[in-house]
Design a protein around this ligand. Structure first.
Ligand SMILES: NC(=O)c1ccc[n+]([C@@H]2O[C@H](COP(=O)([O-])OP(=O)(O)OC[C@H]3O[C@@H](n4cnc5c(N)ncnc54)[C@H](OP(=O)(O)O)[C@@H]3O)[C@@H](O)[C@H]2O)c1
Length: 221
């Protein structure tokens, strides 16, 4: 699958690019600067013996990707998407963004729409097929290619087919994708990252992760 990663030059996007390229997907790294994207694409491909990773502008990547992953800081999220309404029409948009305010006691700081993913849907309009996911899959874990990822990956969205496509892509990272329901659940999923940040601090670790128990006996998969 052709996977575009907006902000793919950064920590989370580059980690996802490595894991997905290794799983056989063609990766389109998006950036505000095409040269920066090309440089990062070359660096990442070198890790994987010449995997299919290209560098483009965010807009070029958004047009070319079958699935478009959003991996920019929340500060740039709304403005980025406002400029991409046309290229993202009809696309599966996998939003990983967590609005966090590290200076505030209330760490999770969502926009007025309720969550970053609902902000994306509001900005892009109903034709974009927004799925929220991957908020708890940390960049440093993605980068450690010699370690399997030890986590579940809940996702939510309003388009069942988009969620099916996103779940397949997520599972190719080697984690279990769990359908958590409609996009209205996105604030819960994004907010769980604030929980992991607090646990990491409290227990002086870097890798607190999320696992849901008790689903194995169900017939929903
Ligand atoms: N880091 C993690 O472990 C992790 C885990 C789960 C989810 N996430 C989410 O993933 C997103 C990215 O996190 P990150 O740690 O990868 O961040 P990052 O490395 O600081 O930034 C990612 C990329 O976003 C682009 N960018 C930065 N500011 C921007 C702006 N104002 N407008 C548009 N693009 C901008 C930059 O690319 P160019 O300069 O090349 O355009 C940058 O390389 C965040 O929303 C975060 O909540 C992160």
């Amino acid at each position: 699958m052709d996977v575009a990663i907006l902000g793919g030059t950064g920590k989370e996007g580059s980690g996802l690019a490595l894991r997905w390229a290794r799983a056989g997907h063609r990766i389109l790294i998006g950036s505000r600067d095409r040269e920066r994207a090309r440089t990062r694409a070359r660096e990442l491909a070198a890790h994987l013996d010449g995997a299919a990773i290209a560098g483009l502008t965010n807009e070029e990547a958004a047009r070319a990707g079958e699935v478009v992953v959003v991996a920019v800081p929340h500060a740039g999220h709304r403005a980025l998407l406002e400029g991409l309404r046309d290229p993202l029409r009809g696309k599966v948009v996998l939003d990983t963004v967590v609005p966090l305010d590290f200076g505030a006691p209330r760490l999770y700081a969502p926009p007025p729409e309720g969550s970053a993913a609902e902000e994306a849907q509001a900005v892009l309009g109903p034709e974009a097929r927004v799925v929220a996911a991957l908020h708890q899959i940390a960049a440093h874990e993605l980068k450690a290619l010699d370690h399997p990822l030890d986590a579940d990956a809940p996702l939510c969205g309003d388009d069942p087919e988009a969620k099916r496509v996103a779940a397949g892509l997520i599972e190719s990272l080697g984690v279990r994708a769990l359908d958590a329901g409609p996009l209205a659940m996105a604030s819960v999923l994004e907010g769980l990252t604030a929980l992991l940040v607090r646990l990491n601090r409290r227990y002086k670790v870097k890798g607190a992760g999320l696992r849901i128990t008790g689903l194995e006996a169900g017939s929903g998969r």
